[in-house]
Design a protein around this ligand. Structure first.
Ligand code: SF4
Length: 329
């Protein structure tokens, strides 16, 4: 599962279990298996979309990569160097190569700071620049993200939602990161503004060569921005492929069901939606074998006992399903 260009980010068997504490003594009564051995890589100027239903572990995966939480097991490499297990101080210097854009721009901006200072902050933290140089860089970044110079001295509440997200993107880009983790960056915005922000991210990627891990539940948005897409279900990646291959011919029944729910803009095409039965099982006690077997319309006996492994089912197209390993019968 290698990216087409040299990887900026490599994740191998990444796992996160959260203990469930009970009683006065804080006894561990079980674990939430939030991320269950995921592996992928992202190359320079590449966008990997990470999709799945709410609670599938995609945002936890983003937090692990950003080192906001520590993994239970697995490896994270940034530009070839392992960062899992690095302490706060060692990691601090590397933080500039990896930035984040969260869903809610308002809560990720300090309401008492002026826009200019918000964008200047990472430059002050990571680069030894004169104030005049910082002013120049901030003005350039404002231009890059489509904000005006007369907005430099405004506070976050004086911007619209889309403009605030542009401000967050300017701050993320300030120290020229190699990777930006975008965690549902447009889902809090109006649909018309979503398209503008997505197109801005695409333009900035062309200009700066930055890679994105784009975490989202909206497949139409993911299709627009991603080069490759990874689909998660209950903590595992079940399918990983180039965007065209995945959307034209999904290899995993879960991806098939997700894609069937995407609205088709052509009224002459009759949608054939696959309705999944039952709820998403609890990550505290996920189903045995293939996690998806309790809802999969094609499940058979082997699915209940054996975990399917990721296999290349088409060139550069990987899926974890017993139906695709040539030994289903
Ligand atoms: Fe369905 Fe079995 Fe494939 Fe899982 S392994 S997706 S249950 S057919």
């Amino acid at each position: 599962m290698k990216a087409s260009v040299s990887p900026v980010l490599e994740v191998k068997d990444l796992t996160k279990d959260f203990p469930i504490k009970k009683g006065l003594l804080g006894r561990t009564a079980g674990h939430v298996h939030a991320v269950d051995g995921i592996s992928f890589s992202i190359g320079e100027s590449e966008t990997l979309g990470l999709v799945g239903e709410s609670g599938c572990g995609k945002s936890t995966a983003g937090k692990l990569i950003l080192k906001l939480i520590e993994p239970t097991a697995g490896e994270i490499r940034l530009s070839g160097q392992r960062i899992d297990g690095l302490g706060y101080e060692t990691m601090r210097a590397r933080r500039r190569t990896m930035q984040v854009v969260f869903q809610d721009p308002y809560s990720s901006l300090n309401p008492r700071m002026r826009a200019r200072d918000i964008v200047a902050e990472p430059l002050r933290n990571f680069e030894a620049l004169l104030e005049s140089e910082i002013d120049t860089r901030v003005a350039e970044l404002f231009e890059n993200v489509g904000l005006r110079r007369d907005q430099l001295s405004r506070f976050p509440h004086e911007f619209s939602g889309g403009q605030r997200q542009r401000l967050v993107i300017a701050r993320a880009l300030a120290v020229r990161p190699k990777l930006i983790v975008c965690d549902e960056p447009v889902s809090a915005l109006d649909v018309s503004v979503q398209a503008q922000v997505i197109n801005l991210l695409i333009d900035l990627q062309r200009e700066f060569g930055v890679a994105y891990l784009f975490i989202a539940h909206d497949l139409a948005v993911v299709e627009h921005i991603s080069h490759r897409v990874a689909v998660m279900y209950l903590g595992r990646i079940v399918e990983l492929a180039g965007k065209e291959s995945l959307f034209a011919g999904p290899q995993h029944p879960y991806t098939e069901a997700l894609l069937s729910a995407v609205p088709v803009p052509d009224p002459t095409i009759k949608p054939s939606r696959i309705i999944l039965q039952g709820d998403v099982p609890s990550p505290i006690k996920p189903p045995s074998g293939c996690h998806f077997h309790t809802r999969c319309p094609y499940a058979f006996e082997r699915c209940r006992v054996e975990r399917p492994v990721m296999r290349e089912t088409k060139p550069d197209h990987f899926a974890a399903c017993h139906l695709r390993d040539g030994a289903a019968a």
